[in-house]
Design a protein around this ligand. Structure first.
Ligand code: SIN
Ligand code: FE
Length: 312
């Protein structure tokens, strides 16, 4: 394992938890704090036991690489599988069971490893990424090989942070990531160019307020996109569009070896994936107040720059 700002987790197994339970609170706190600083936590194993036949099944899936069919996803709260259709119903069942097992395995592991967050996070989707990431032909904003911070177009977090656990289930090849400096310094450099003031002004405009109220009256979900969400979405696109940033900023390559797992806040840590195939991932949304230092969250960093709240 190589890589800058990557911390390997020692003395922990997903089955038994901490080898030194007396220090588990202190160690767990230090891992949460390093995640808040933009570290990637690295665990050299799968998060739970996965049968060889299940891994082989995942590896055997057809690669249908279109922009619309991006991921096979699993919604753990509803126990629903999405984006996977197989000719045989037993394959669908199998996929569903594998995704459920992985998701539960990650929740159990992170529940021990980061237990300070565990009663506050909200469990989001899991996904399976069967495609070779090298040379994928995707539209600019959907490209994974350009450095970006994550923001979900259809699931605003309203200030919550995106914590993601990835597992490379490829038995031979590493998954190769590129990272760069963290969100706070990029935000200080680019926030105005991205349009922070304009987004705030638009959200505060009388027209926008009328629209928000009308949506409420019509029974539509009350404008879930806060200024924060709009900014983060725009920032994601801006970084991918910024040729100078993509070509000249200092970057660090990290190889995540076969059958390893890593965890990071993907809105604090700009990242891209250069190559690799077959990854599983589980997302959590962590509220700002769950952080040991909320000032390190992207929303508080932006609010400090803007001098006002972005989520009201
Ligand atoms: C991403 O979130 O940008 C992709 C990361 C990965 O699939 O390794
Ligand atoms: Fe991403």
């Amino acid at each position: 394992m190589n890589g800058k700002h990557v911390t390997e987790v020692h003395g922990f197994t997903s089955e038994t938890g901490w080898l030194d339970p007396l220090r588990s609170g202190e160690i767990s706190r230090s891992f949460c704090e390093s995640l808040e600083d933009g570290t990637i936590l690295f665990i050299p194993t799968l998060p739970c036991e996965m049968a060889r036949q299940d891994l082989e099944f995942l590896h055997s899936l057809e690669q249908s690489d279109t922009a619309t069919h991006k991921n096979i996803s699993y919604r753990p709260k509803e126990d629903i599988l999405h984006g996977f259709s197989a000719s045989k119903p037993e394959e669908e069942k199998r996929m569903h069971r594998i995704m459920r097992t992985y998701s539960r395995g990650v929740v159990a592991m992170l529940g021990k490893l980061l237990f300070h967050y565990a009663d506050k996070w909200s469990l989001d989707y899991a996904s399976y990424r069967p495609y070779e990431e090298e040379n994928r032909k995707l539209p600019l904003h959907k490209r994974h090989d350009l450095v970006h911070t994550d923001a979900f177009p259809s699931r605003p977090t309203r200030g919550g942070l995106i914590l993601r656990c990835f597992t490379n289930i490829n038995s031979h090849q590493p998954r190769v990531w590129l990272t760069t400096e963290r969100f706070p310094s990029l935000a200080r450099r680019y926030a105005e160019e991205v349009g922070l003031s304009k987004i705030i002004a638009r959200q505060a405009s009388p027209l926008h307020r009328v629209w928000k109220n009308l949506k409420g009256i019509a029974g539509l979900p009350a404008a879930p996109q806060t200024a924060y969400d709009l900014f983060m979405r725009r920032f994601h696109d801006y970084l991918k569009e910024n040729h100078d940033f993509q070509s000249h900023s200092e970057k660090f390559v990290t190889d995540f070896p076969p059958h390893s797992t890593w965890i990071t806040f993907t809105d604090i840590v700009p990242h891209a994936v250069l190559s690799g195939r077959y990854a599983l991932e589980q997302t959590f949304i962590v509220p700002v107040d769950a952080l040991f230092d909320p000032a390190k969250s992207p929303v508080r960093v932006l609010e400090e720059i803007a001098g006002q709240s972005l989520i009201s």
